[in-house]
Design a protein around this ligand. Structure first.
Ligand SMILES: O=c1ccn([C@@H]2O[C@H](COP(=O)(O)OP(=O)(O)O[C@H]3OC[C@@H](O)[C@H](O)[C@H]3O)[C@@H](O)[C@H]2O)c(=O)[nH]1
Ligand SMILES: [O-]c1cc(O)cc2[o+]c(-c3ccc(O)cc3)c(O[C@@H]3O[C@H](CO)[C@@H](O)[C@H](O)[C@H]3O)cc12
Length: 448
């Protein structure tokens, strides 16, 4: 009699060389390892020491490093997207494609049951002949995918779409609120640009999603049911939803003492925290307007942002006299903080976010009121999802040029933080959060 097939799988992870991708792939690996599955995680050499502390199951999750070849146009020794400006990432995609023979030899040696991948459109040429299932795991919202990266979005390399055409969602797109406004259409022009040698971003991702055995998305039905259904119809294949898959490693560490002590000095739910993710850098004038907007609220605040362009510290970029005026109630910090722990500190009651997909989930899973200031493509769509479709956040009003004033930021913050306001108003006993209760995320299917 044949041996019964083991229900524990061996899975190879091969994410895009950006921390916004490798980190959620590792969180998913932790969840799968919790269920007894074994993971071989392929990543650039330099990324390994930065991710090791997030590996909660070193007995089951093994890192396999890749040597990233040099590609003309990239600074020497570049291995991840966080080391280069955004306009150079296309060359990093070329470098990723050049690791193909290393990936092929790893897969041949490891013989996994599944390969989870995202930006390697060629992976099925390796997995299919070996009978290995490939899963394209998307770490961005279903909204961002459904509006831009589906077969119904007709993109012809030889006839680029105009901004007006890009603004219109593809045929059958199910939402009238998760859409771009006319002046935002340019945020999708990158779809038609080369991403790696000889193919566009659109071609890379849609080829990968068409050829894989199944698509997975880091989302849940409560938040994106219709959009996931649309994706399933577009690609005519199963869509597996993983839920938000947040880091459990982060929750086990304490918040840095200096920040915990500072926050302890304020009333419950009174401090507004602000951060815009790992990539975006504000212009100096917009940075100054932002901090002045916080000053105007009169509320305690903690801003963790990179120094704006043209400066090397946040201190040198602050407006005249700002530090003295907000001393004791406001911090502007130019370094990295433990965001999930900041959001769960009892004194923090508001989060001003760029709505990157990681921050979007962290804000939804926290008790904070949410104010959104999106900057790039998918952040705008995530913002529309939270503010206009789910109505659990408030978006800061911008001018057509993209500029937001200190007054509009202050107005948005006060609208959610003010006890007497319509959205943020206190009920009988507890502060009433903008309606939000997604409880345990519901997924279509989950890899057991
Ligand atoms: O000071 C900080 C700032 C940020 N963070 C963490 O860094 C992560 C940032 O990830 P986000 O997805 O929110 O934003 P990023 O801008 O870094 O990511 C980018 O790539 C992935 C896309 O989905 C995002 O939309 C895009 O903005 C969050 O998990 C957040 O908790 C900190 O821990 N400390
Ligand atoms: O900006 C984006 C707008 C949009 O509508 C869709 C996407 O999709 C993806 C994407 C991410 C992961 C996938 O498996 C598929 C699609 C985006 O990814 C980002 O692309 C950048 C290239 O311009 C890259 O630098 C960044 O690291 C990716 O996270 C962006 C959008």
């Amino acid at each position: 009699m044949a041996e019964p097939k083991s229900s524990e799988f061996h899975i190879t992870m091969f994410p895009w060389f950006a921390f916004g991708h490798m980190t959620p792939f590792l969180h998913l690996s932790n969840k799968l390892a919790e269920r007894g599955h074994r993971i071989s995680f392929l990543l650039p050499k330099k990324a390994k020491p930065q991710l090791e502390h997030l590996n909660l199951h070193p007995n089951l999750i093994t890192f396999h490093t890749l040597t990233i070849p040099h590609v003309e146009g990239l600074p020497p020794a570049t291995e991840t997207a966080s080391e280069i400006p955004i306009f150079l990432v296309s060359h990093l995609a070329t470098a990723m494609d050049l690791t193909r023979h290393q990936v092929e030899s790893a897969i041949n040696d490891l013989k996994p049951d599944f390969v989870f991948h995202d930006f390697s459109h060629w992976i099925t040429e390796i997995t299919s002949p070996l009978g290995i299932k490939s899963i394209h795991y998307n770490v961005v919202s279903a909204a961002s995918l459904a509006i831009a990266l589906v077969p119904a979005r007709k993109i012809d390399k030889d006839k680029p779409l105009t901004e007006a055409e890009l603004m219109h969602p593809p045929a059958g797109y199910p939402s009238s609120s998760v859409v771009l406004r006319p002046h935002e259409a340019r945020s999708l022009t990158f779809l038609e640009l080369e991403f790696g040698s000889g193919l566009t971003f659109f071609e890379r991702i849609t080829t990968s999603m068409k050829q894989c055995d199944a698509i997975a998305v880091r989302t849940c039905l409560e938040v994106e049911e219709q959009l996931c259904d649309y994706m399933r119809r577009q690609f005519e294949k199963p869509i597996f939803l993983t839920g938000p898959v947040l880091s459990e490693a982060a929750a086990t560490m304490p918040l840095e003492d200096r920040w915990a002590k500072w926050l302890d000095g304020f009333e419950i739910g009174s401090v507004v925290y602000c951060a815009f993710g790992s990539q975006y850098i504000l212009e100096k004038s917009q940075f100054q307007e932002l901090v002045l907007g916080f000053e105007l609220t009169g509320l305690p605040f903690f801003i963790a942002l990179k120094p704006p362009s043209g400066t090397s510290t946040v201190e040198e970029a602050l407006p005249e006299g700002f530090e003295e005026r907000v001393r004791g109630r406001g911090v502007v910090y130019g370094g990295w903080v433990q965001q999930p722990l900041m959001l769960s500190h009892p004194s923090v009651g508001g989060f001003v976010s760029h709505c990157g997909f990681g921050s979007m989930w962290e804000s939804l899973m926290s008790d904070c009121q949410i104010v959104l200031v999106p900057h790039l493509g998918d952040q705008i769509l995530n913002t529309r999802l939270l503010a206009d479709e789910l109505k659990v956040a408030v978006e800061v009003e911008r001018e057509e040029s993209g500029w937001f004033s200190k007054e509009s930021l202050c107005k948005a913050i006060k609208s959610v933080m003010d006890k007497d306001s319509e959205v943020g108003g206190y009920g009988e006993e507890e502060p009433r959060k903008v309606e939000r209760d997604i409880g345990k995320p519901r997924t279509y299917e989950w890899l057991h």
